[in-house]
Design a protein around this ligand. Sequence first.
Ligand SMILES: Nc1ncnc2c1ncn2[C@@H]1O[C@H](COP(=O)(O)OP(=O)(O)OP(=O)(O)O)[C@@H](O)[C@H]1O
Ligand SMILES: [Mg+2]
Length: 145
Amino acid sequence: MTPRLNDSTASFSPNQTKQIAEDFAKTLKGGEVIFLEGELGTGKTTFVQGAAKALGYGGPVRSPTFTIVNIYPASHETIKKIVHIDLYRIKNKSELSALALEELVQDPNSVMFIEWPSLLRPLLKTKPKRIIFEETNSVRKIEII
Ligand SMILES: Nc1ncnc2c1ncn2[C@@H]1O[C@H](COP(=O)(O)OP(=O)(O)OP(=O)(O)O)[C@@H](O)[C@H]1O
Ligand SMILES: [Mg+2]
């Protein structure tokens, strides 16, 4: 039998996206870099809200559009920190290196969720997990790769 590599799920509401994220977050152990890929408004930040809840963070998760990097404490056996990054406004490599993300990437007790990650891809030494968000006729397809 061919092993199942991809898993794609339909989401019809923000709560459903959060539930999918909660289930995904339960598979995390710490040290993961997770790319959230998809157009504006497809549910990437909503996904992080669900994931953060599953990792024991009870506070609000807001879009890091302007702050670029938001860090939340996790309450989990091995994951202590949730790093939520939005690189939408970062235009080039020098702006990216000014963020000094390397230290964050190497922390085995953190998980990183990165929206608009393409500039970061060539700098990563390890393979990120990828979550692809697609919207057609207000149905979101969420694919975990
Ligand atoms: N099935 C769904 N899943 C997630 N969000 C949904 C869904 N249906 C409607 N929405 C709405 O779509 C919007 C998704 O916004 P969100 O900030 O999560 O997107 P985003 O992908 O992070 O966008 P951006 O690229 O601008 O950061 C919210 O207003 C949410 O209420
Ligand atoms: Mg967002």
